[in-house]
Design a protein around this ligand. Structure first.
Ligand code: PRP
Length: 202
C-alpha cells in the first residue's frame, strides 16, 4: 500500500510518540480514526475538566484491565492534581467477541473505596454491559461518589445505558484497535487508533 496519504510520520527516535504508528502497519488497517496527537489533545482537555471537578477532593482512579492501561497512564499524567490508582480485571462471558453482561472478577481492588471519590477509567464502552456491572458492583461498596470516564464509546452498539461523565470520543460501531484496544491480544501498543482491515479478522 502507498503510505503517502497517511497522516502520520514517525517522529525522531526518543520522542514520546515514537513506537508503533499506524503508517508502520498500514497493511493491517483500514483507516485511522484518531492520531496519537489527537488522543493526547483530547485527554488534556478531559484532565483539565477532572482537575476542576475534583478540586479539593481526594480522587481514586480505577482502571479496568487490560485496555485502560494507556488511558490511565496518560490521563493521570495530564492531570495536575494528585490521585491514587487501583485496578480491576474482569472477564465477560459471551459468544465470540460479544459480551453477555455476565461478568466475573479476576482481580478485585486492593483499596477499600468506602467514602472515597472514585472514577472508573475504561478504554471503550461497547454494549455497556461490562460497565453496568462494574458501576453496580462498586456502588454497593458505598463510595462518596462514583463516576466514569471512557476514551471511546460506541453509541450504536449500546444495549444498556450507563451514565458516563467524561467521554473522549463517540465512534462508529466498527472494529477498532490501538491505544489499549486489541485484536487477539495485538495492537494495544499502537499509538494511534484505527479500524482493522477485514482480512485480519475474517
Ligand atoms: C473491553 C473494554 C471494556 C469492555 C467493553 O474489555 O475494555 O471493559 O470490553 O465491552 P462492553 O461494553 O460490550 O461490555 P475486554 O473484555 O475486551 O478486555 P481487555 O480490556 O483486556 O481487552
Amino acid at each position: 500500500m502507498d503510505n503517502s496519504g497517511w497522516r502520520i510520520r514517525r517522529p525522531a527516535r526518543g520522542c514520546r510518540l515514537s513506537g508503533v504508528r499506524a503508517a508502520d502497519i498500514s497493511e493491517d488497517l483500514s483507516h485511522v480514526l484518531y492520531t496519537a496527537e489527537e488522543l493526547s489533545t483530547r485527554l488534556a482537555a478531559i484532565a483539565a475538566d477532572i482537575d476542576r471537578d475534583y478540586a479539593g477532593k481526594d480522587l481514586l482512579l480505577v482502571g479496568v484491565l487490560n485496555g485502560a492501561i494507556m488511558v490511565v497512564s496518560d490521563l493521570s499524567r495530564a492531570m495536575t492534581k494528585h490521585c491514587t490508582m487501583d485496578w480491576m480485571a474482569i472477564s465477560s462471558y459471551g459468544s465470540g467477541t460479544k459480551s453477555s453482561g455476565v461478568v466475573r472478577i479476576l482481580k478485585d481492588l486492593t483499596t477499600d473505596i468506602t467514602g472515597k471519590h472514585v472514577l472508573i477509567i475504561e478504554d471503550i464502552v461497547d454494549t455497556g454491559l461490562t460497565l453496568s456491572y462494574l458501576v453496580h458492583n462498586l456502588a454497593s461498596r458505598e463510595p462518596a461518589s462514583l463516576q466514569v470516564m471512557t476514551m471511546f464509546r460506541k453509541p450504536d452498539a449500546a444495549t444498556t445505558v450507563v451514565e458516563v461523565a467524561y467521554v473522549g470520543f463517540d465512534i462508529p460501531n466498527e472494529f477498532v484497535v490501538g491505544y489499549g484496544l486489541d485484536y487477539a491480544g495485538r495492537y494495544r501498543n499502537l499509538a494511534d487508533v484505527a479500524t482493522l482491515a477485514p482480512h485480519i479478522y475474517s
